[in-house]
Design a protein around this ligand. Structure first.
Ligand SMILES: Cc1ncc(COP(=O)(O)OP(=O)(O)O)c(N)n1
Ligand SMILES: Cc1nc(C(=O)O)sc1CCOP(=O)(O)O
Ligand SMILES: [Mg+2]
Length: 198
């Protein structure tokens, strides 16, 4: 499966609706600590926009809502895997991305035969506090050797300027949050990402 090489991650449907018409074709909705009704509305808006533009929407964490709302993609981290019903997720036809940070997590992810595997944080991130220090580009190359044909996503501190290095090191996709959302001109930054990923 060939996935788009640029994979922005946003915390609202508003961001999805802003980014997708610019040409983004793979996007994650990552919303934390919200009531189910709010989440449902955000997911439905983002799904409608992505479907209208032929883009793929990945729902982070909320696997029950992803099933209920007929989403196509889901991203789960290792803690999410502790409680997720993988059989139900697969029965619903959801495609799956899984986060990894070390070899034990990678083995667990590979056993699920996911549609992509993410490695992070490649560089330090300001988005969230993590127990992992930066993995670096050599680690991406090692991971690509281990995941084989499964698409590998680099995440954590990624920027337009760092993207080429990540692709050269073995990443098939690069995910980013604050490089876009904290940029003074997010639309121009998204266009620069699309160019860097082309
Ligand atoms: C593409 C991508 N990679 C990694 C993550 C992190 O997932 P997780 O470890 O479950 O942490 P949260 O994002 O849920 O805080 C991701 N969301 N997307
Ligand atoms: C959500 C997330 N997961 C990571 C991981 O390593 O699993 S790093 C990360 C944050 C990515 O944000 P930014 O692009 O702003 O650094
Ligand atoms: Mg998670």
């Amino acid at each position: 499966m060939t996935l788009p090489r640029f994979y922005p991650v946003f915390d609202s449907a508003d961001w999805v609706v802003r980014a997708v018409p610019l040409g983004v074709r793979l996007v994650q909705l990552r919303i934390k600590e919200r009531q189910d009704d709010d989440l449902r509305a955000e997911i439905q808006t983002a799904l409608a926009c992505c479907r209208q533009h032929g883009a793929a929407l990945v729902i982070n964490d909320h696997w029950q809502l992803a099933i209920e709302l007929g989403a196509d993609w889901l991203h789960l981290g290792q803690e999410d895997l502790d409680t997720a019903d993988i059989a139900a997720i697969r029965r619903a036809g959801l495609k799956l991305g899984v986060s990894t940070h070390d070899h034990t997590e990678l083995d667990r992810a590979l056993a699920l035969a996911p549609e992509y595997i993410a490695l992070g944080p490649v560089y330090p991130t300001i988005l969230k506090k993590m127990k992992w220090t930066e993995q670096g580009l050599d680690r991406l190359t090692e991971w690509k050797g281990l995941v084989g044909d499964i698409p590998l996503c680099a995440i954590g501190g990624m920027s337009v300027e760092r993207a080429a290095g990540a692709y050269a090191a073995g990443a098939d996709m690069v995910a980013a949050v604050t490089d876009i959302t904290l940029n003074a001109d997010p639309d121009t930054r998204i266009r620069a990402w699309l160019k860097a990923a082309a």
